[in-house]
Design a protein around this ligand. Sequence first.
Ligand code: ZN
Ligand code: ZN
Ligand code: FE
Length: 770
Amino acid sequence: MAPMTRRVAIFIQGVVQGVGFRPFVYKLALEHRLSGWVRNAADGVRIEAQGEPEPMARFLEGLRSRLPAQASIDRMDVAELAAATESGFRIISSDPSAHPRPAIPADLATCPECLAELRDPKQRRYRYPFTNCTLCGPRYSIVEGLPYDRPKTSMKGFPLCPDCAKEYGDPLDRRFHAQPIACPRCGPRLSLLDRTGAVLASGDEALRHAGKAVLDGKVLALKGLGGFQLLADATNTRAIVQLRERKHRVAKPFAILFPTLEALLDDCHASEAEVKALRSAQAPILLLERCEGGHVVSEVAPGNPRLGAFLPYTPLHHLLAGEIRRPVVCTSGNLTDEPMCIENEEALSRLGAIADLFLVHDRPIVRPVDDSVAKMGARGLELLRRARGFAPLPLALPRRAPAILALGGELKNTVALAVGDQVVVSQHLGDLESAEGAELLERTVEDLLRFFEVKPEVIACDLHPDYRSTALGERLSARWKIPLERVQHHHAHAMACAAEHGIEEDFLALTWDGTGCGLDGTVWGGEALVCRGERFERFAHLRPFQLPGGDLAAREPRRSAVGLLYQFDRRLAHTMAARWFTAPQARALLGMLENGLAGPTTSMGRLFDAVSALSGLREKATFEGEAAMALEFAAARFDSAESYPLPLTGDEPASIDWEPMVRQILADLEHGIPSARIGARFHASLAKAIVAIAQAAGLRTVALCGGCFQNERLLRQAHKELAAAGFTAISPIKLPPNDGAISLGQVLAVARRGWAAGSHEGIAAAPPSL
Ligand code: ZN
Ligand code: ZN
Ligand code: FE
């Protein structure tokens, strides 16, 4: 008797588009001799399959167990259907009607097969810079909408040639239904431009000229995957100094692109796990220990024991790095603190004073996607900047939320959008202080809403009245007539950590950063918050001190130091002010302190600055975090469990009293104790204080978040001490500890308010008085 025929409808959600999923289904169906079809829907992938029960079972099993590397399944529904008359298995075109879900793939680094073709003179894609396949290539940076098909990408202007069309249509080809495929005949082309936009060369000749220019010490602007980048020879001091001068970037470290892993290992130490991360499809910039005797000049990352290193991740980068064959600085093509350029014209006008030459192509970039930055922490890969390779992969929420649009903070910003029970966090957008930054914020909001076809029901923003993101929130809330809910900055940090770790119980959050607007309108930043559901209490904070000069203080650690000293030793504050400032400056500064014109702060970032300045490491900084980094790096030369007294005093909220510690630091300095030892003791003191606060709060789960926890020494010591004391410590992994996570935290904070109230209506968006 012939076995019964079974027909099923399968609906799959997850990361299943743009990752070779349909070809995978197709091949699996052929293997099991099933008939039917597969197609992309805006909210997932739909399959109907028919065949004998035994092969059908293996097919269903294989859908999960043999998934393509970059795909993941969140949900798979199977329903039985009546058998139909049909033969063969087909991939049919997408159904554009369904509601889009966050399932856009991130950009993927060149796969080994494509790389081999690139290097094989017998292949038609030999040295073709836009080679890709279903397993690799551009995705988020070229997608205009869902479902993810070629007409909805910036490749729509490049009709496939017969050869490419054949590959695209052949189910057994690696390029079967790979949307961005191209070849030298039908795809994008390179050109080399001078500063006026005149074409100097094209195709392979452009590439060779560009490589030679870098070797000659020139600065090259490269139109990469998600935006323009600036390249300069990292082994040439003059080239690097020139790039720093033109970019007005005094000391902030540059990332280095190495031509090969072997070259990278000449300059950096990398563990097995680190090598794996470097070669992954995400291929982030990874912070690695430098080794002795490398080729990269010190001007690339002055005084920094680490290098931000990465490997080529597009064929274009592979080819160019192969021409140069040296490590090159490869940094975002922007002016300081502005977003990256993505268009040729824009790059010529904005980068004209920085770059000598422009290596460009004619494949449009739909949105800027910067390189991601990560480090290998004790808990695996930890992101410090989340963009290429990671954005916009969604994160799960514990429950369905209304369509919350969260606008984030001001620096290192991202925006986030809740879609059902998931949340999409945008790629790193950078600082909003420039007009370009503010414009990018608005474009990204439009982009996300259009992409997911979502009409926001609530907007979330920071408490800070002067953030550009807050201003946009106010404008959009009025225009769309929907509530605006404000979320305190450090509570947002805590909620972001809870969101990515799925924490639902009450927990303590140490949220230590440079600055965030507090509930009382002062600058907070050394907070210990007890979080219960949608609410939080300020359990403890750093003892406040006056900060003369407000925002200027972030660039001048000496201001923090004078403010700190002024709190307990005015004579010493005067002495140090006279040493660090001109007489009129010192008078103005002390006048502000005396007249109470310098606002109080509990900022941990500024305490780091003050200690760094007092220890003689940095009295001025050229970028935020420079002084704290100097203290961390100094401490690396000293290993000791010694600490300073850092008592927790008073209650509701308690205060972390830094005075006994600062007095001892001053005594140590008097006795000629080196800054390395002071730095080590300072870090150890903070880790011990964290445990003391955790014990006082009495909650088992402790979150460590905020920009200060980018400091690896502090993070490791705090984790170690907390674990030893029996606490469960969590810290950001998928999102950065810094303000890149604020938008995610805002989403969860506002979602929790809605869940607590039973619905979202009826939650008054009461702006606090500031
Ligand atoms: Zn490939
Ligand atoms: Zn072609
Ligand atoms: Fe912050």
